[in-house]
Design a protein around this ligand. Structure first.
Ligand SMILES: [Zn+2]
Ligand SMILES: [Zn+2]
Length: 173
């Protein structure tokens, strides 16, 4: 497995007095957090504090991800911002079940946490623009790029009166 680029050695901080603080600047033009998620870019400053329980990591990160619009399926850049606020227990055996821990070797890999936080900060419904017209259900054309002509052809003249009724009803709502 490839080494995570968000893996940091906190050995020096574990040896330091309680209350010692270090700032780490993150500035990645692009970083792959997992097979299904690449952030472009990932920027921000994290603050690592040696506490009696381990290492407390705080920070505010800015990023963006390329996601698929739910309507037209085109790729679109979605800005993301999320904050990290996590205690990593040390020694690792002192961590309650399910809590983060510093590795025996003094390493912390922030990639799983950054992945989880960025996924949580993503909009539940990704749209390339608020008024995206989506795809034509008949021919699959991207309606943002122009009218494909299916809408008119699909309506049987005998049904057009009914269609107008539907349209006026939906406008009343
Ligand atoms: Zn779209
Ligand atoms: Zn069409």
């Amino acid at each position: 497995m490839k080494m995570s680029r968000l893996r940091f050695n906190f050995g020096f901080l574990l040896e330091a007095d309680f209350g010692t603080i270090r700032h780490i600047e993150l500035d990645y033009p692009s970083i792959k957090l997992s097979d299904d998620l690449t952030l472009t870019p990932l920027k921000g400053v994290i603050t690592a504090t040696r506490t009696t329980e381990g290492i407390y990591i705080q920070g505010q990160l800015e990023s963006a991800a390329v996601l698929e619009c739910v309507r037209c399926l085109e790729e679109t850049v979605v800005p993301l911002g999320f904050s990290i606020d996590e205690l990593f227990f040390y020694p690792p055996q002192s961590a309650p079940p399910g809590e983060n821990r510093v590795g025996e070797d003094g390493m912390i890999d922030l990639a799983p946490l950054a992945r989880e936080l960025s996924l949580l900060s993503m909009p539940t419904k990704v749209l390339c623009r608020p008024d995206c017209l989506g795809l034509c259900q008949e021919c699959g054309a991207n309606l943002n790029e122009g009218d494909c002509g299916c809408a008119e052809a699909a309506i049987d003249p005998r049904l057009s009166a009914l269609q107008q009724l539907f349209n006026s009803e939906s406008q009343d709502q």
